[in-house]
Design a protein around this ligand. Structure first.
Ligand code: CTP
Length: 473
């Protein structure tokens, strides 16, 4: 294992980072206070990964220490959390945090520790995973401090807690999600007793806020192995607690000897397919949730088998409720609920003879989501029958070509009707009301069906004829 000196050499191109560490080292020497690089920053050095979060444990007053560092780095702003004896400052793209070495004890009803002064060793022992207990003394530039075999665990790709896992997870249940997040980010295995403790403590997740859960959950979705994350969430029992709607996809029912596919396994395959094509977490989320409406819309039709009619609209409504419960931002709610509602459209389009008007309607309704919907559709093909797979993909290729051709001709994506409500109200001399909506729809339908051109002159002509028709009735 390299020393900090060799790390400084390695950093010769990272001028800003090296400067920050040199300044902190000088403060440590001048003030005669031990300061240690800790946590994710040291883990990432060992993993040879970049990190912009630099965390220090200070054996002394971290807040005073941070103020001196800020002065030397010419930073005016230091954010202080006196209750946690923590101070934070930013320098260029780096977040630098100082915390006084602490001995934490936890209150059963809260995830916030009571903090009192302690030593570095005590501080490290209270951390979540051995891979996060590594430390480097910035002053003496010694070897990496490796009290809990964190380096061995990194080499063996293992997530393990430094103390009894029951204590570590029950102290702070968010760590159960963190364990799964690190496993899916680094492709590590969660050690057996640790995983058993997660199962045992899974219900303790109820003291964690939706915001904190979301933060970890979205990190799992953005990670390199999101399917591994969702699989572990399910195995540990955490998925059932956070997203029972996804857990409900599990299993297969058989009637009259006819079964349907296990929609949870199918969903994992779809997520796997989409994750190979995009890192966009919202699209990955749409893939994960696209079939959540299936259990509720499942129906067995004698002589035909299982049907899931309306699962797209059902799923979309269910997703809006999930998003409200999790306090997700509108951009996530709007995007994913629309993706779920429309995820079956391209499939239906390829099942029938692809007509121009069907394609126009899809372009109009899908708008800027059309490309993502096409990606989701391709990812949704999980058949192991090669012949069928090629046939489906061929159909989507044909549809894609058609989309390009119609789009070029009619410019319907992000389409704004050539007449708006105000135009119609003016023509009819009426106030806003259901009639105006109906007339607007008739004009849009006429454009989509190809009955009139997508321009203002044609729309006004149609509007006049609608008006005449209405006067006659
Ligand atoms: N930590 C912990 N328990 C938590 C959160 C954090 O013990 N629930 C400790 C870990 O030692 C972690 C350090 O605090 O390394 C810093 O936390 P954070 O910045 O959230 O995580 P990192 O490990 O740095 O990883 P990342 O930046 O990828 O989130």
């Amino acid at each position: 294992m390299g020393t900090l000196i060799s790390y400084f050499t390695l950093m010769k191109d990272k001028i800003v980072e090296r400067n920050i560490l040199q300044v902190i080292r000088n403060v440590s020497i001048e003030e005669n206070i031990n300061a240690y690089l800790v946590g994710g920053y040291v883990r990432d050095i060992v993993l040879n990964q970049e990190s912009n979060d630099i965390d220090f444990v200070v054996e002394g007053d971290a807040i005073e220490f941070a103020k001196i560092v800020a002065f030397k780095l010419k930073r005016k702003k230091v954010v202080i959390f006196p209750r946690f004896k923590t101070a934070k400052l930013t320098y260029r793209s780096f977040d630098i945090e100082f915390v006084s070495a602490r001995k934490e004890s936890y209150n059963k009803l809260s995830r916030n520790p009571d903090v009192s002064g302690g030593s570095l060793i005590e501080d490290l022992s209270r951390r979540d995973f051995t891979i996060n207990t590594l430390a480097i003394n910035i002053c003496s530039m010694d070897e990496i401090i490796n009290l809990y075999e964190g380096i061995k665990d990194i080499e063996k790709k293992i997530i393990r807690t430094p103390l009894d896992p029951d204590i570590t997870y029950s102290d702070d249940p968010l760590r159960m999600l963190r364990a799964i997040r690190f496993a899916s980010k680094l492709n590590f295995k969660i050690e057996k007793s640790s995983f058993e403790a997660i199962k045992k403590n899974s219900s303790r997740l109820d003291i964690i806020s939706e915001e904190r859960i979301t933060d970890e959950f979205f990190k799992i979705l953005k990670s390199e192995f999101p399917v591994k994350g969702i699989f572990l969430l399910e195995k540990s029992g955490l998925l059932e607690i956070v997203f029972p709607e996804i857990s409900a996809l599990k299993g297969q029912e058989i009637k009259d000897g006819i079964g349907h596919k296990d929609n949870f396994i199918h969903t994992l395959k779809v997520l796997n397919n989409i994750s190979k094509r995009t890192t966009n977490y919202k699209l990955r989320l749409a893939a994960l949730m696209h079939d959540i409406g299936k259990p509720k819309s499942k129906y067995f039709k004698k002589g035909i088998g299982w049907t899931f009619h309306g699962h797209d609209d059902e799923g979309s409504r269910m997703f809006v409720k999930i998003a409200q419960r999790m306090k997700w931002p509108n951009e996530v709610t709007d995007y994913v609920s629309k993706m779920i509602a429309l995820h079956h459209r391209p499939i239906s389009l390829t099942k029938e003879e692809v007509t121009d008007s069907g394609v126009r309607r899809f372009l109009f309704e899908g708008g800027e989501l059309v490309d993502d919907l096409m990606l989701l559709c391709r990812a949704d093909i999980t058949t192991s029958n090669k012949k069928k797979l090629n046939k489906y993909l061929e159909n989507f290729d044909k549809l894609s070509e058609k989309l390009v051709a119609v789009e070029e001709k009619d410019k319907l994506r992000n389409f704004k009707p050539p007449l708006n409500g105000l135009d119609i109200m003016e023509c009819f001399g009426e106030k806003e009301g259901p009639i105006i909506g109906l007339v607007k729809k008739e004009i849009v339908d006429a454009i989509i069906n190809g009955d009139i051109n997508n321009d203002r002159t044609s729309a006004i002509k149609l509007l006049t004829s609608i008006q005449r028709r209405m006067q006659q009735n």
